[in-house]
Design a binder for this molecule. Structure first.
Ligand code: NAI
Ligand code: MG
Length: 480
């Protein structure tokens, strides 16, 4: 994927990664053993080797982290925005300096290709800290008539598909606005958040301003049910998002939810076809399709259908599936056995529904979690593979004749996160960006991210925006 954020050369080997055998909970500026006494394993999904043993935060640990964050908020919210900005800037610089190590660990723990961790996840995470460092002393300018104030403690729960990047999306704006944080990474990918905890410690951030605790959904649920946090921020599945919404309602907490998606990528017959095919490939196979805004539904205008399909089949035949640590890999390991099971189940459902499957031949490693790039044709709008989030490298292709027909079909889903439009006509782009019920619409490109741009969805994709100036509002209250 094209990116402007490439800051460091390729990591050549895993020797750049300094992974401890065991990680504790980062609470009040220190790594502390869990009161629960429990640990869980994080493994490398590409070869099933054990990477590290990770502390599991129980209720008492969650309570301790929340209290540390609450105590730290007293002084953190009072220091000047300029001072806060300096700390955030320092974190950004340190991520840059350690970008090789972050990239290697991200790919080992989560299975994504090293080229993606190196060129996208890590530099973009640093970019988010740089960007929000700049806002910390400008909040009064951003909201001149409204007197912005910090909320207090933010409980933040993130998923496994972009572990470091999601930590940056959550932590950077929260700190810029004067909040303190308790963040929990996902149980299959805790390592880069824990590395970030080391960075935060080294950066000298006041104790308790950022607390990073590990565990599974039980730890997450304890965080959202805890009385201290004033704000819940979540990225993950729609059912868990709904339970967090309920917890926010009961606890009278502010909440933002970034949930699933089933994005439509739309190719008109006047589109630049080669570029569109690349965009479709990137849209669905980037990060094994573990992407909330993945372009998992493709709509092709009938007159160019055969041409597009032939090109897509040829192109997916050339994708390299395998070792995430190889810089030539296009599709790495599926993040977990559970997710692989979900994807395989959807592939079965697609067949049962009568859709036609195409998967190129390729040699897959014997160990680890793997899925070949998959596309389905002969898909009906009502098919589950056209309606439900698969979160894997599986594309459902449909055709259309008219612009009105494709708008109807594209909007006929419970999600509304993103969409892509491929056409030579600016007028069609404007018409579609208005008509499509999606928080983000890309035109003649896909999966472009930038800290200055807000990101978020409609309908079951959640609400609230992250990124840009909009991302600040999620972490502020206004006294006027
Ligand atoms: P999940 O929503 O269960 O996990 C996301 C995070 O929430 C993890 O940190 C997890 O520990 C935490 N969590 C789980 N249950 C919780 C609870 N009751 N209270 C608070 N926190 C809780 O998602 P999962 O099971 O990993 O993936 C299932 C499906 O969700 C995927 O197949 C995909 O469709 C979707 N998903 C969407 C993501 C997105 O970026 N929008 C990211 C991850 C998953
Ligand atoms: Mg792992």
């Amino acid at each position: 994927m094209a990116t402007d954020w490439n800051l460091s050369p390729a990591p050549e080997s895993t020797s750049h990664a300094n992974i401890a055998k065991q990680y504790e909970l980062f609470i009040n500026g220190e790594f502390q053993k869990p009161i629960s006494g429990k640990y869980f394993d994080t493994i490398n999904p590409a070869d099933e080797t054990l990477l590290s043993s990770i502390a599991e935060a129980g209720d008492d640990d969650v309570d301790k982290a929340m209290k540390a964050a609450k105590a730290a908020h007293k002084s953190w919210s009072k220091i000047s925005g300029k001072e806060r900005g300096k700390y955030i800037y320092r974190i950004a610089r340190m991520i840059q300096e350690k970008s090789r190590e972050f990239a290697v660990i991200e790919s080992l723990d989560g299975g994504k290709p090293i080229g993606e961790s190196r060129d996208i996840d890590v530099p973009l995470a640093a970019a988010h800290f740089f960007y929000y460092a700049g806002w910390a002393d400008k909040l009064d300018y951003a909201f001149p008539m409204r007197k912005p104030k910090s909320l207090g403690v933010a409980a933040q729960i993130i998923p496994w598909n972009f572990p470091l990047l999601m930590a940056a999306w959550k932590i950077a704006p929260a700190l810029a606005c004067g909040n303190t944080v308790v963040l929990k990474p996902a149980e299959t990918t805790p390592l880069t958040a824990l590395k970030l905890a080391e960075v935060i410690q080294e950066a000298g951030l006041p104790k308790g301003v950022v607390n990073i605790i590990t565990g599974d959904g039980r730890t997450g649920a304890a965080m959202t049910a805890h009385p201290i946090p004033n704000k819940l921020a979540f990225t993950g599945s729609t059912p868990v998002g709904k339970s967090i919404y309920k917890a926010a309602l009961e606890g009278n907490k502010k909440v933002t939810l970034e949930l699933g998606g089933k994005a439509a990528n739309i190719i008109f017959d006047d589109a630049p076809i080669e570029a569109a095919v690349e965009g479709i490939i990137n849209g669905i196979y980037f990060n094994q399709g573990h992407v909330c805004c993945a372009g998992s539904r493709l709509f092709v205008q009938e007159s160019v259908y055969e041409e597009v399909l032939a090109k897509l089949k040829k192109r997916i035949g050339n994708l390299i599936v395998g070792d995430p640590m190889d810089k030539n890999t296009d599709i790495g390991a599926i993040n977990s056995k559970e997710q692989l099971h979900t994807i395989n189940r959807y592939i079965e459902i697609g067949r049962e529904e009568g859709a036609e499957i195409y998967q190129p031949e390729c040699d897959l490693p014997t160990k680890g979690n793997w899925c070949r790039p998959t596309l389905f044709t002969n898909v009906a709008q009502s098919n589950r593979i056209a309606q439900e989030e698969i979160f894997g490298p599986v594309l459902a292709i449909q055709t259309f004749r008219t612009i009105d027909e494709v708008i109807d079909k594209a909007n006929n889903t419970s999600y509304g996160l993103s969409a892509g439009v491929w056409t030579d006509k600016g007028s069609k782009i404007f018409q579609l960006t208005k008509a499509l019920k999606a928080g983000v619409v890309w035109a003649n490109t896909y999966n472009k991210f930038d800290p200055t741009s807000p990101f978020g969805g409609y309908k079951e994709s959640g609400f609230g925006r992250e990124g840009g100036m909009h991302g600040l509002e999620a972490y502020l209250k206004f006294t006027v």
